[in-house]
Design a protein around this ligand. Structure first.
Ligand code: AMP
Length: 173
């Protein structure tokens, strides 16, 4: 299965979760066994087994993609969640939403100093979420070895905010 075939599975949902947003629904990609394993394999091959100690998934769809990627690396999985969801001691980072700000959190002991960390999410839009995630990893001493998303919305130029990081995205709009 090639990238164009996987792209054909992604559904546009207009005005979700709010008017004016075209939501990129990846659930048909996840439900297709070949498509799901292909996106997993592409990310693993791009960064290479033996090069990643921890895979960070961003709540909530990032968890689904990060988990099989971590398994194939033989790496640990670590969640980044919205404020108040993680049970133990956390570090937090505020980031900008379209209206206002939100906070992402990471367990302080989720990553050991010096560990090589890959950050995984479903969609790169403005890049604010990925940038906050990278900052959290760095706050606890992790080394961000890359950021991988299934989709990049090129017209929002999120990539420009992440120039210091190795960014790998599979499908472009
Ligand atoms: P941003 O911080 O603007 O890069 O937004 C990225 C985060 O918001 C990711 O966690 C995505 O899951 C979600 N997101 C942003 N825009 C979309 C979209 N059009 N479709 C689906 N998810 C989106």
């Amino acid at each position: 299965m090639d990238i164009e075939q996987i792209k054909g599975l992604i559904r546009d949902i207009p005005d979700f979760p709010e008017p004016g947003i075209v939501f990129k629904d990846i659930t048909p990609v996840l439900a297709d066994p070949i498509a799901f394993s292909t996106i997993t394999d592409l990310i693993v091959v791009r960064f290479g087994r033996g090069n990643v100690d921890k895979v960070v998934g961003i709540e909530a769809r990032g968890f689904i993609i990060a988990s099989p990627v971590a398994y194939h690396f033989g790496a640990g999985f670590v969640p980044i969640r919205k404020h108040g969801k993680l049970p133990s001691a956390t570090v937090g980072e505020d980031y900008e939403l379209e209206y206002g700000t939100a906070t992402l959190e990471l367990h302080v002991d989720g990553i050991n100093p010096g560990e090589r960390v890959l950050i995984v999410d479903d969609v790169l839009a403005t890049g604010g979420t990925a940038k906050a995630a990278a900052s959290l990893v760095q706050q606890v001493g992790g080394k961000v070895c890359g950021i991988a998303t299934v989709i990049e919305l090129d017209f929002l130029h999120g990539r420009d905010r992440l120039v210091e990081h190795e960014l790998y995205t599979l499908i472009h709009y």
